[in-house]
Design a protein around this ligand. Structure first.
Ligand SMILES: *Cc1c(COP(=O)(O)O)cnc(C)c1O
Length: 448
């Protein structure tokens, strides 16, 4: 069974349209094939099979047009098949598809590294290494920090998500579904308490002191290679630490010969209204990991950081067959071009304001919404039994399935599965965004 050819990108009509139930008969047929040939462990949240996507719309095999509030998990920030991505990828595919940068290099890889040096926080000398996935970038950040410091231990935080490889499973907090039954995990990974204002009521300084005390007593700076933190946590529930928390942790790292690694894989590349979430408080990480939004949907990831740290690794110590593949690099350069050309950081702030006002109004009507939080186009609501912090995952699931049935792609997240995260592509129109939040409002009214 092959999909119907269809044009995506900005030329796709920008309207929600439901012509069958969700999923429709064409998708149900394909789900049977998936069941036969794809491992059950690979789940699908909203099982409509896609033929085209662009702007703020995802078109399925049955002709349903859904509004996208997820960007394939913060990946298609520039939109699906964004013009500069399509153009550069098409040209690159026609020229050559692979040589392996470690064998015979090419410009695209170096161009991406130059852009990363320019765009990531801080104006010190920076270098990068490119990889295929976020998890791979995180693993390599740890390798670099260990090589540079000669120390072993890694500190991560409660609710953290860093990936699904063995080391990054150890770094990820949540058991189900990411870790369950997959151990034993890599050693020398320690967990500190995160700043979680909705639940701990602590200031950034208080929460940082609490975390540093745990690190100091349970690990010790002389054993510690790096602290790895998401400046705004992603899968863990879009937890925005209280102001002052990140600068205090970064300052402690700086004065203790500990590498401060910002995992900006979900929060980076204009998502939060800055190039990086670290920019908000002027935090300058030693190393930054990026992936997701970096390349408009193609697999590309990077570690970028202080040249002296990056160069601490012996020659040949970093790499991989596909890391910085020329087609992925072309896509990365295309995505960055779109972000600069269309001021997508500014667009993220505007989208964020629009979402925040809709969500605040919704919260006033529905006390199950305990918290509205986020920054830019990375917004979330946390659902709890009214007046408490008792998670209400059942309501989140009910609201979610209502939205899906009405053709709005919403994503949930959080340690308790009770958080909605809103990550629309920045190519979405105000009209579609408003319509999507009308549906979210209907979903709250229609569920209990
Ligand atoms: C998604 C994510 C990762 C893992 O990226 P993959 O490309 O899925 O390996 C790591 N860290 C954060 C913060 C993420 O959001």
């Amino acid at each position: 069974m092959t999909s119907i050819p269809a044009m995506g990108g900005p030329s796709l009509p920008q309207e929600r349209r439901l012509v069958t139930a969700i999923p429709g008969p064409g998708s149900l047929e394909r789900l049977d094939r998936k069941k036969a040939y794809v491992a059950d462990g690979v789940g699908t949240m909203l099982p409509v099979f896609v033929v085209a996507a662009g702007g703020g719309i995802i078109l399925d095999v049955d002709g349903n047009a859904l509004i996208d509030l997820g960007s394939g998990i913060a990946v298609t920030t520039v939109g699906n098949s964004a013009p500069a991505v399509t153009r550069r990828v098409t040209d690159q595919v026609a020229a050559f598809t692979h040589t392996c940068f470690m064998i015979t290099p090419y410009d695209g890889y170096v161009d991406v590294c130059e852009q990363l040096a320019e765009l990531t926080p801080g104006d010190h000398a920076k270098k990068s290494a490119l990889f295929n996935s976020g998890a791979e970038a995180v693993e390599n950040a740890v390798k670099i920090a260990r090589a540079a410091t000669g120390k072993d231990a890694v500190v991560v935080f409660d609710h953290a998500y860093h990936g699904r490889t063995n080391l990054t499973m150890a770094m990820t907090a949540k058991n189900m579904p990411y870790k369950h039954g997959f151990g034993p995990f890599a050693g020398e990974v320690y967990r500190a308490p995160m700043s979680y204002p909705f639940r701990d009521g602590q200031s950034g300084e208080e929460a940082a002191a609490r975390a540093i005390d745990v690190i100091d007593k349970q690990v010790g700076a002389t054993n510690l290679a790096c602290v790895v933190i998401e400046p705004i946590q992603g899968e863990g529930g879009f937890i925005v630490p209280a102001p002052g928390f990140l600068p205090a942790i970064a300052a402690w790292c700086a004065s203790n010969d500990v590498v401060f690694v910002a995992d900006e894989i979900q929060s980076g590349f204009c998502r939060t209204g800055d190039w990086f979430a670290s920019d908000d408080e002027g935090v300058v990480p030693d190393l930054v990991t990026t992936a997701k939004g970096i390349a408009g949907g193609l697999p590309l990831a990077a570690v970028t950081g202080r040249a002296d740290l990056m160069d601490a690794v012996h020659g040949g110590g970093l790499g991989g067959t596909y890391g910085g593949n020329p087609v992925a690099c072309a896509a990365g350069l295309g995505a960055i071009e779109e972000m600069k050309e269309h001021d997508l950081a500014g667009r993220a702030r505007a989208v964020g304001e629009r979402m925040r006002s809709r969500l605040a109004a919704l919260q006033a009507e529905h006390p199950v919404i305990g918290d509205v939080r986020g920054r830019g186009a990375m917004m979330a609501i946390e659902l709890c039994t009214p007046g408490t912090t008792e998670p209400d995952a059942a309501r989140a699931a009910a609201v979610s399935s209502y939205c899906h049935s009405q053709g709005v792609v919403t994503l949930t997240c959080g340690t308790w599965g009770n958080v909605f995260r809103f990550l629309p592509p920045l190519s979405i129109s105000d009209e579609l965004l408003d319509e999507a939040f009308d549906v979210v409002a209907e979903a709250f009214a229609a569920t209990v």
